[in-house]
Write a protein that binds this ligand. Structure first.
Ligand code: FAD
Ligand code: UDP
Length: 398
């Protein structure tokens, strides 16, 4: 009997000591306040909580986690991506394995057709594209020679026009790139950095995959479920429907990580960084499939750039199918940083200000104003995490 009472006493004391410790910690608030529950903020939250035992509060102004990769089942029970189609691909084993802790993968290789001259032809331009467009039957080597004969020499490849013209010439540039780019960015390719159209390669073989990365797969149960697993750690608290500006003054924290638009953080003191936005128009049709492949691009027709059918991406079986049309626009949610020299100069000024702001770190597509894919954002956050830990170990401010 006495033993039992003693045991209870010890247990009670331990509980009290624990609560006291926790209270002490609570009084210090959070180690990190993270703004944005997209990939950049959530990866940092997960690493800091699980590997560095930090107490993290992650805040998002939207009513969900996942940032722009958020997916959900629509009224017909079809899994759709609220902010446009997201296809995962990476050459980084580290990124793929890291995310693999929070999801199973479904292998998926994305294929895209472009509606050009009344036909649906593969994009990136490949051997079949050339043969279909010109009614030819060229071998791979002959396509190579054909494209070389069309290509225009460019001394220094600086713009998105240079990239394409120097590889395939003006005619194919106008069929596939000029109209699409002007629609998407409201800029001529000659005004955009080379990196934009360089995302789309040219091939002389029959490979019709949109990406050639080593790892190409979709989270088996969707992105939102991946994020739920990633953020399910007792050190992580989540606050949704909240602009960080509403609460930041009330929540004690030692450091801040910001993954929203960097210019907004500094109240646009150097002017507004331009972003491109999109309207998404969703449609569900009463048919097994709507189009022959995951995405169809419309470089020269319509106000939208492309239509994507989700079931190809997700592998879902359903008697109906849902698609999304993307209409580019200026105002609205900031989806795309616009890669021009002028914008890079303005961003540099914000970046300098960011470096001079103590205990505050910027990450992600909006926080670092970079046209990054998901895997690049994840890699960037993993690197920032390592730097934060190193700095703490060496008692160095970062
Ligand atoms: P985000 O996901 O934008 O997260 C930032 C979060 O911060 C948002 O949730 C926002 O609500 C929150 N926030 C901002 N300001 C505040 C504030 N003041 N207070 C509180 N919260 C705030 N990448 C690929 O790899 N493959 C693809 O196929 C692909 N397709 C894409 C298609 C479209 C249409 C778009 C727009 C992007 C696509 N991407 C794709 C890129 C991908 O979306 C990004 O790389 C990734 O989602 C960026 O993550 P992030 O965390 O940096 O930003
Ligand atoms: N692009 C184009 N025609 C196409 C596909 C792409 O001109 O059929 C250009 C366009 O400028 C686009 C860029 O290449 O914005 C990058 O294309 P990507 O498919 O990578 O765009 P994202 O998926 O990021 O919107």
């Amino acid at each position: 009997m006495m033993e039992l009472i003693n045991d209870r006493l010890v247990a009670k004391q331990a509980l009290f000591a624990n609560n006291y410790k926790r209270k002490e910690k609570n009084e210090q608030g959070f180690d990190y306040l993270i703004v944005g529950a997209g990939f950049s903020g959530s990866v940092l939250a997960e690493r800091l909580a699980s590997k560095a035992n930090k107490r993290v509060l992650i805040i998002d102004k939207r009513d969900h986690i996942g940032g722009n990769t958020y997916d959900y089942y629509n009224n017909d029970g079809i899994l759709i991506h609220k902010y446009g189609p997201h296809i995962f691909h990476t050459n980084s084993k580290e990124v793929f394995e890291y995310l693999g802790q929070f999801t199973q993968w479904r292998p998926y290789e994305h294929r895209v057709l472009a509606s050009v001259d009344g036909q649906m032809v593969p994009i990136p331009i490949n051997q079949n594209t050339i043969n279909m467009l010109y009614g030819l039957n060229l071998s791979s080597d002959e396509v190579d020679a054909f494209l070389k004969s069309k290509a225009e020499p460019v001394d220094r490849i600086l713009t998105s026009e240079d990239v394409v013209i120097s590889k395939v010439g003006r005619e194919l540039y106008e069929k596939f790139f000029r109209g699409y780019t002007r629609k998407q960015w409201a800029l001529d390719p000659s005004q955009l950095d080379a990196s934009v159209t360089a995302r789309v390669p040219t091939r002389t073989n029959k490979d019709d995959r949109y990406f050639t990365d080593t790892f190409q797969a979709m989270p088996l149960h969707g992105y939102t479920q991946l994020f739920q697993k990633m953020l399910a750690h007792p050190n992580i608290k989540i606050m949704l429907n909240t602009d960080y500006k509403e609460v930041i003054g009330m929540i004690p924290h030692k450091a801040l990580i910001f993954t929203g638009p960097i210019d907004s953080f500094f109240d646009y003191c150097y002017g507004k960084l331009p972003y491109r936005s999109l309207d998404f128009q969703f449609e569900t049709v009463d048919a097994e499939h709507f189009q022959p492949t995951g995405t169809v691009n419309y470089p020269n027709e319509h106000l939208y750039t492309r239509i994507t059918e989700f079931k190809y991406l997700t592998g879902q079986k359903h008697p109906k199918t849902s698609v999304v049309y993307e209409y580019p626009k200026d105002e609205g949610d900031p989806y795309y940083p616009i890669p021009t020299q002028e914008n890079a100069r303005m961003y540099k000024k914000y970046q300098l200000l960011a470096t001079a702001t103590p205990n505050t770190y910027f990450a992600g597509r909006l926080g670092t104003y970079k046209y990054y894919n998901m895997d690049q954002v994840v890699a960037q956050s993993l690197t920032l995490f390592k730097k934060l830990v190193q700095a703490e170990e060496q008692h160095m401010p970062m």
